[in-house]
Structure formats: C-alpha cells, structure tokens
Write a protein that binds this ligand. Structure first.
Ligand code: GDP
Ligand code: GDP
Length: 436
C-alpha cells in the first residue's frame, strides 16, 4: 500500500502551498473530497519515483478550546490513518502557543512525526529552526514550500525512514493476477457487489493461510484466471452482510485505487452522479488507473429515471469517457458477468507492452497523415516513440520543439494511438522529450 502523508499545523503556515507542490508533479487533478469530509483535501503525490497520498488536514487555529475541538474528528482520523505526519510551523512568525498544543497532541500519538519549519527563504536556516527545538519533536527540518526549496529532500528523507511493510501472504499463482478495487461512496452497494462478484458459481475463493493481520486482499479464480479483490467495503471483516458497515475511509479507498490495476467505481443510479462521485473518479484518473463504471441499483428504476441518468452521464462523465459503463443490479446479479469482461479488457490494455519500432512506425504514420504545425517558421519534429511504463501505459515521444506542441495535436495523437493500438478502459499518458 502506498504511504499516506498528513500535513498539519496552524492556518497560514503554508500547508496548502506544500500540498500543491507535492501534488503538482504531473498535471494533478487534486481530488477534493470535501463533500465527504469537511475541508480535507486528498491528493496523489509524486516526488522522484516515489508515490504517496497526501492529506491537507486543514488549519488548527488555537482559538478553539481543548485538543478535541482543536483537531476536528476527521483531522484526528487522518492523522491516525497516516503513516507520516508533517507538522508545519512558520519560520517567520516564530513559535506560537497553538504550535505547542498541536505538538503536545502529536508527541502522545506515537505517529512517525516530523517538525517542518516553513518559510525559511531569506532566513538563516539555523536561526529559523532554533525557536522550535523546544517542541520536543526532534530536529526541525527547514524548507521553503513556495520556493520549492528542500521539499524533495524532505519527502525523500521521511519516506526512506518508513519501516518495511509486512507483505500480505498471497499464493504464488496470484503474483500476476488482476487487482480489482471496488470503490464508491457509502451505501452505493459496494459490499453487495463484492459479495456478488465472489459468490458467482464460476468463482473459487482462496483462503489466505499465514496472514497475520486483517487482510484486505481476497484472492480468487474465475474461469481459471486469477484475481485479487481489494476489499475497501470491509466485506471480509463483517460476520454477516447485515452487520453495520464499518466507517467509510477515504484513505483506504485512495490506497486501494493506487494499489489496483482496475478500479470498479460504483455509483448509485437512483441518486444520480454526485459531486463526490466526480471527485473519486478524478482521483482514479489522476492515479492513472484503468476504470470500469458500474451504475448500480438499476433494478426497478422507472424508464424516465433511467433516461435522466443516461443523459447525466453524457454530461458529467465525459472526462472519463475511456471507461466502459455498466448498468447493473448487485442485488440481483444482473450485468455483473458483462462487467467482468470490461475488467479483463481494461487490464489487458493497462498492462500491454508495445515494442519501440511498432510505436515509432505508428508515430510516423500518424504524423504523415496530419503534420504538426509550424512554430517560428520551423516544423515541430517527432523522431521516435517508446513505451515508458504500464498501468497506466506511458508513451514517450522524442523530438524537437515539443514544448510548442498544441493541446489539439496532443489530443489527435492520443486518439490515434488509442484507436490503432486498441487501448480500452485505461487512461494513456504521453510524455514529450526534447532530444534523444
Ligand atoms: P495554510 O493556511 O497553512 O494552508 O497556508 P498557505 O499555504 O495558504 O500559505 C499561507 C501564506 O504563506 C501564503 O501567502 C503563502 O504564499 C505563504 N507561504 C507559503 N509557503 C511559503 C514559503 O516557503 N515562504 C514564504 N515566504 N511564504 C510562504
Ligand atoms: P456499501 O456501503 O457501498 O458497501 O453498500 P451496501 O452493499 O451495504 O448496500 C447499501 C444498501 O443498498 C443495502 O441496503 C443494499 O441491499 C442496497 N443495494 C445494494 N445493491 C443494490 C441493488 O443493486 N439494487 C437495490 N435495489 N438495492 C441495492
């Protein structure tokens, strides 16, 4: 599971500036799930080769009374679920009583916690941090988030100190299986769907011997193909289906998305497409995962209701139009078999490998059909293409003046590559590199 970094601190110390830095590494569409948890922001972070989830827990002003009201319940939960807490203080403003209260809480929380002194640009870092040793949270680490100074260093350092994760013990034959995450808002029907997917006649679920902790990975086989379901709905931890659903966790949902090959995003068709659904889909897109969208509870809906939902999908879900949509009833099992076909199709596309000569020939064909425009009297040149990664597929194009390639031409490339390579159900990323 990818690590989770929570940012805490008073208002105005630079948390959102740092958040934006950490999530900007690629055109990050920040998943603002604020509809689910008051003013918490969740984003997909990338620094160097490392991926992580970053949470901006919102400000703690110190005007509130008592630590419980100081840190809202959700904020505490975010800290509890985080692997690393970065406690930001303001190197210009110096130590503040609210800092001491927050530090007091963090010292007792047994979390891996780092004291980060922000806004040290233009200051002597040694002087700037000297105020904060007294907080008792170890060596203060100076950064300047708005100048992007020491930010990469900080993240690399805190990630490198994470203890090795205990790997889930999975049967050997599941090494190359399709990892499916079923995600969605509370009550959309995730656990009903998970039970349906596992309960089919053709499915053989394997027990996980030797697993020490509450496992969330469920390995099974369907028609001889190995799958792993990443269980965010807590199906396996409930004694029976009627038992109350344990609290919905955004962090677990985001981790499952990161960890999956294919995400099945469940939407309650009776409620229509909500803003929270859009935010969750934004995160899936941002993480580059392949996607199948299940509009659940399709049973017993009126014709006019169905039409309205279909119209809404066209309007609001255009940004994930690479995904297949399924109108299903998890309760009755209708549409679930077809959904598996889309999952398999998306997996194949997400993991596909194409040789450099095939991609380069395709690039030549596509360019011959429609030349890129002239810039300052010179034509933009694309020389060759190679594959830079899978899940999502990354196509790296090498050439000259690629910074000037218009968005419309990038879309044209993307569409052509999708069409010719038969890429279905997954986002595709293009990277443009000048020179060799
Ligand atoms: P938040 O309330 O903790 O999320 O703080 P913000 O990220 O909104 O930042 C508050 C103010 O501090 C903004 O005006 C930022 O531009 C400024 N700021 C953030 N980081 C730095 C920094 O590294 N140096 C300086 N000089 N200003 C910063
Ligand atoms: P979760 O919170 O997303 O895991 O949702 P659950 O699977 O617990 O389902 C929430 C409620 O929706 C339960 O009462 C289910 O019986 C009901 N439900 C789930 N799927 C369907 C469906 O396809 N049709 C109908 N009518 N109800 C469903």
């Amino acid at each position: 599971m990818v690590p989770v970094i929570a940012l805490v601190g008073r208002p105005n110390v630079g948390k959102s500036t740092l958040f934006n830095r950490l999530t900007r590494s690629r055109d990050a569409l920040v998943a603002d799930l604020s509809g689910l948890t008051r003013d918490r922001k969740y984003g997909e972070g990338k620094v160097g080769g490392a991926r992580f989830i970053v949470i901006d827990t919102g400000g703690i002003s110190g005007d509130e009374e008592g630590i419980d009201s100081l840190m809202a319940k959700q904020s505490l939960m975010a800290i509890e679920e985080a692997d690393i807490v970065l406690f930001l203080v303001d190197g210009r403003a110096g130590l503040n009583p609210a800092d001491e209260m927050i530090a007091d809480h963090l010292r007792r929380s047994e979390k891996s916690c780092y004291l980060v002194v922000n806004k040290t640009d233009g200051l002597d870092p040694d002087v700037a941090i000297s105020d904060f040793f007294g907080l008792g949270l170890g060596q203060p680490l100076p950064i300047a988030a708005s100048q992007n100074r020491s930010v990469t260093l900080l993240i690399e350092e805190v990630l490198s100190e994470l203890p090795e994760q205990e790997a889930d013990v999975l049967p050997e034959e599941f090494k190359f299986s399709t990892r499916i995450a079923v995600v969605g808002r509370p009550n959309v029907g995730k656990s009903t769907l998970v039970n349906r997917m596992l309960g089919e006649d053709r499915v053989v679920v394997f027990d996980q011997a030797g697993t020490t902790r509450d496992s969330i990975y469920i390995p099974y086989e369907r028609d001889g193909e190995p799958y792993i379901l990443i269980d965010t709905a807590g199906v396996r931890r409930r004694k029976n289906i009627t038992e109350a659903v344990e609290k919905f966790s955004i962090i677990k949902t985001l981790q499952a998305i990161e960890d999956a090959n294919v995400v099945v995003c469940v939407i309650d068709a009776r409620q229509g497409v909500t803003d929270q659904d859009l935010h969750m889909l934004g995160f899936v897109l941002d993480a580059g995962r392949s996607l199948v969208i299940a509009l659940n509870k399709w049973d017993g809906m009126l014709e006019e209701q169905k039409l309205k939902v279909k119209e809404q999908i066209q309007r609001r879900l255009e940004f994930v139009d690479f995904a297949r949509f399924h109108f299903i009833s998890a309760l009755h099992g209708s549409g679930v078999g077809e959904m598996y076909r889309s999952v398999d199709e998306a997996y194949v596309s997400a993991m596909a490998k194409w040789p450099t000569n095939r991609l380069t020939r395709l690039l030549e064909d596509v360019v011959a059909e429609h030349q890129p425009p002239m810039v300052n009297g010179r034509r933009i040149k694309m020389r060759y293409a190679h594959q830079g990664g899978s899940n999502p597929p990354i196509i790296v194009v090498h050439g000259n003046q690629l910074d000037n390639l218009p968005a419309s031409y990038k879309r044209y490339l993307q569409n052509k590559f999708r069409q010719v390579l038969g890429i279905k159900g997954t986002p595709v990323r293009f990277e443009f590199r000048v020179g060799d």
